[in-house]
Each structure stands twice: as C-alpha cells, then as structure tokens.
Design a protein around this ligand. Structure first.
Ligand code: HPA
Length: 235
C-alpha cells in the first residue's frame, strides 16, 4: 500500500477515471465495470478496478481541491504506475454562451493557487492536457452529439472567494469555466510523462446563477463518464 491508498501493487489499472466524489467512483464501478474489485476504502476514498469493453480500467475519488487531488494523483502515478488519467468533474461556467449541462474539455488550466509558484520558484508554468486524450474525448463528444467546448479553465483554491467578481478577470482572458483540481493534475502528468485530461460538466453558472437540477445530475454524469471511457479506449 502507499501512504493514502490501500491497494496492492498491480491492483490499479494504467487507465483511471478520477471523479472528485468517491460515491461517483462507486457509481461508475457498479454501472459500467465488469467484475469490479474495490482496492481502497481508506478515508472512504473508494477506488475500483474492473473491465470496460475488455480493457482493464480503474476509477477512484480524489476529493475536492488541489491538495487532496495531488496526494492521490502522486501516489497513483508513482506507486501504482497509472499512465492515463482522466478527471471527470463539474465546473462553474464563466461565459453566457456556455450553458448549464455543457461539457468543457480543459485545454489549459490557469490557477490562483500558490502550488506552482512555489514549485517553479516564482516563475509561471502552463498546465496543459494530453493532446491525444483531448482529441479522443472531443471526437467521442461530437459523435455523441454532446454540447462540448474545448478551452481554458481555471483551477481555483477557493470556492468562496473574497471578491465575488474575481471570476470576471479570468473570463476577460478567455477562461471558460472554474473548478478546483486540474492545474495540479496536468502539472503532475507532465512531470511524470503520463497522459491526463479534465472533462467537466457545467454544474453552475457564474453569469446567470443557474444550477443543474438535482434529478438531472446522474444523466449528465453518465454522459461525461461514457465520453471519458471512449477517450481511454482510443488507441
Ligand atoms: N467554483 C469552483 N469550483 C466549482 C464550481 C465553482 O463555481 N462549480 C463546480 N466546481
């Protein structure tokens, strides 16, 4: 086992889906994976490995925010050999034309976190996804006729910001959506030369203040998971 994951070596697949919520990981395992085996219950951060269309795939929750996400992604790559990691999560839309329920594929991840400032000694790094996974997910989304956007996102350390209008600055510089994990995922993937992508469903809207109705969340989540599976299977 690693410091925060109870799995034995070899129990986690090279391809893994990473929802923030561990109950979403369980939902995917129960609804999509054949013969899922639970490899982690430490802190209730459930993780499972099974087969999807014959391919070995894992799914594990990573919690909210970059510090939690970073712990799990570090261990998944360094201790368990994960090589294709797709975050499936939610974001807030910063733009009127990007609607609740739309999908955003993160083409870059800016951040207000100090993590990369410290890591890069005050210089700026530009966290970006695997182009191959991005293209595969985009193809899958278009084939499914899903409303999909490819563009810049913001990974914020604060859900409740001091200045409620702070997002407008990011919107002016072309950022489409805000979430709390992807800048760290993309940075770690680059460090360890593995592939990563964030697929996000717009769950709330900073311009219009709408939110996804609760009864629709499962349907939207399923659509996103199915696109993520296609991207992992793409050769
Ligand atoms: N802010 C930050 N993270 C989020 C949001 C948001 O509005 N929606 C979903 N994740």
């Amino acid at each position: 086992m690693s410091t925060h994951i109870a799995a034995e070596k070899g129990q986690i697949a090279e391809s893994i889906l990473l929802p923030g919520d561990p109950l979403r990981a369980q939902f995917i395992a129960e609804n999509y994976l054949e013969e899922p085996v639970c490899f982690n219950k430490v802190r209730n951060m459930f993780g499972f490995t099974g087969r999807y269309k014959g391919e070995r795939i894992s799914v594990m929750g990573t919690g909210m925010g970059m510090p939690s996400h970073s712990i799990y992604v570090n261990e998944l790559i360094r201790e368990y050999g994960c090589r294709k990691l797709i975050r499936i999560g939610t974001c807030g839309s910063l733009r009127a034309e990007i609607k609740i329920r739309d999908l955003i594929l993160g083409l870059s991840a800016s951040t207000d976190s100090a993590v990369n400032k410290i890591r890069f000694q005050g210089m700026d790094y530009a966290p970006a996804p695997s182009y191959r996974l991005l293209r595969a997910a985009h193809d899958a989304a278009l084939a499914a006729k899903a409303p999909v956007h490819v563009g810049k996102i913001l990974s914020s350390d604060s859900f409740y910001t001091e200045d409620p209008d702070q997002w407008k600055l990011w919107a002016r510089f072309g950022v489409l959506g805000v979430e709390m994990e992807t800048a760290e995922l993309y940075t770690l993937a680059a460090k360890y030369d593995v592939e990563a992508l964030a697929i996000l469903t717009v769950s709330d809207h900073l311009v219009t203040h709408e939110a996804t109705p609760a009864e629709e969340r499962e349907t939207r989540f399923r659509a996103m998971a199915e696109i993520a599976f296609q991207a992992l299977l793409a050769k």
